[in-house]
Design a protein around this ligand. Structure first.
Ligand SMILES: *[C@@H]1O[C@H](CO)[C@@H](O)[C@H](O)[C@H]1NC(C)=O
Ligand SMILES: *[C@@H]1O[C@H](CO)[C@@H](O)[C@H](O)[C@H]1NC(C)=O
Ligand SMILES: *[C@@H]1O[C@H](CO)[C@@H](O)[C@H](O)[C@H]1NC(C)=O
Length: 428
């Protein structure tokens, strides 16, 4: 690669940028699989990483509202807490099978390419030289043009589109990924899964240098499932996708286009909020905990972001304070000191304790999400302490991947609607 211009890492893109429309591709259905990397959550690490990611997400939205520009084209801090969902995909002809973290909080998909010496994450690379369907995307390509205002520059007189993506809150030169845009055949879904399908002409980032990006489970990069024009969802021209994060099984389905369907009873829908860039955000109106329903602050701020890359849930005030008081008030177990930032922890002993916790319901605009106890309370350490897995946020509410478990969640990007339905993910 030619020497690249080292761009400022806190990159901005106009929020009003014209969306890229891949109208020449027919909408279709694809089924893919996600693999959860770790059996259990490492709470020490997850609490720290989730907090960092929440801070960055909030900072980006704040920067956006202050300047009228949105910085969310750059990806977020990767949670890296051992509770990520990696998508199984193959790239090239013949297919090279890889895992990449499925991230609703970012747009650009990128994969480690070639030697990529000292690159992070630590999964294997894709090798362009071993594929007959590989080509370099020129600067004139629409994907490059969409990226251009944020993070790309032209190399080789326009023959190559080179990107650099920073991950730090500040311009941190040690957390980034960089490379060039490539055009390849992606096979979504692994060989064992019916419906795994080859999709030619997918633009993605071929990363040749990266640093400081830690994802568990031999991941080779990130699949951007955000709402912006660079994301795989936009690129496949499918209009909608859905997933069901399994709490029990290590695998979870990820469905695109015509296969992303919620049917039968118990489907709830709520509009996506405008003005939140890449992120899928919905209006949280009230929260019920047992017999208590909080009074919400009304429609303010950025709503609640559905983020597949954050492990723990965050609530802004007054939601947090009110919901926590209701949890403390209605849980009869002995309270123990706070741990890892969790402020409602209890001593449990023996089995059968799960039914002593109050039920929690998130009331969105027109849609109620009744949460299983296991999504809200977790055994934190080996000593039987169970905590309410929600933390206080100074700025932004996030519904984490743990809290999204056992729901089939559909993101209709075209219509601007999120729908969900309680589901046995293994049966979808
Ligand atoms: C959890 O992560 C911390 C920090 O990275 C590490 O020191 C600790 O050993 C991990 N705990 C377990 C049980 O793996
Ligand atoms: C990308 O690859 C596809 C399929 O091989 C091809 O039809 C398309 O023209 C390529 N696009 C560019 C910009 O090279
Ligand atoms: C919960 O709060 C109510 C009203 O404030 C009070 O009457 C009740 O005793 C509390 N229950 C517990 C278990 O603290």
């Amino acid at each position: 690669m030619a020497a690249m211009l080292f761009l400022i890492l806190a990159l901005m893109i106009s929020f009003l940028a014209t969306p890229v429309v891949y109208s020449d591709r027919p909408a279709a259905g694809f089924r893919a699989t996600m693999i959860r990397t770790e059996k259990a959550i490492n709470f020490t690490q997850a609490a720290r990483r989730s907090h960092e990611r929440m801070s960055m997400l909030a900072a980006r939205l704040d920067a956006a509202s202050g300047s009228g520009r949105v910085t969310t084209q750059a990806p977020l801090q990767v949670d890296g807490a051992g509770y990520e969902y990696n998508m199984v995909l193959s790239i090239g002809t013949p297919p090279q099978k890889l895992l990449a973290m499925a991230d609703t909080g970012s747009d650009l998909s990128w994969i480690k390419c070639g030697a990529c010496s000292n690159c992070t994450p630590e999964g294997p690379s894709y090798y362009p030289g071993m594929s007959t369907s590989f080509s370099v995307l020129p600067c004139s390509d629409r994907l490059c043009r969409a990226l251009m205002s944020a993070a790309a520059t032209c190399g080789f007189g326009g023959a190559e589109c080179e990107y650099i993506y920073g991950y730090g809150l500040e311009a941190d030169p040690h957390v980034y990924t960089r490379g060039f845009l490539a055009n390849e055949t992606f096979t979504l879904g692994d060989d064992r899964v019916l419906g795994g399908q080859a999709v030619p002409g997918v633009g993605f980032g071929c990363t040749t240098v990266s640093e400081g990006i830690y994802i568990y489970g031999a991941s080779s990069g990130i699949v951007g499932l955000g709402r912006g024009p660079l994301s795989l969802v936009s690129h496949l021209n499918v209009g909608a996708f859905s997933y069901c994060l399994s709490g029990g099984s290590m695998t979870s389905p990820l469905l695109f286009g015509s296969l992303a369907v919620l049917a039968g009873a118990g489907v709830h829908s709520t509009p996506l909020l405008a003005g939140t860039g890449t992120y899928y955000s919905v209006s949280l109106e009230r929260i019920s905990v047992g017999d208590v329903t909080t009074i919400g602050p009304g429609r303010s701020g950025y709503g609640m972001v559905l983020d597949s890359g954050t492990t723990f849930t965050y609530l802004v005030e007054p939601f947090y304070m009110l919901a926590r008081a209701a949890v403390l008030n209605q849980t009869t177990l002995a309270r123990v000191p706070d741990r890892y930032g969790f402020e409602a922890c209890f001593q449990a002993s023996g089995g059968g304790v799960w039914d002593v916790f109050p039920a929690m319901v998130l009331h969105f605009d027109g849609a109620d999400m009744a949460l299983p106890t296991s999504s809200c309370f977790g055994q934190i350490d080996d000593d039987g302490v169970i905590c309410w897995m929600v933390q206080r946020s100074p700025s932004l509410s996030i519904i984490s991947n743990v809290m999204q478990r056992d729901y089939h969640i559909r993101y209709d990007v075209d219509e601007g609607v999120v729908s969900f339905q309680a589901a046995r993910c293994d049966n979808l």
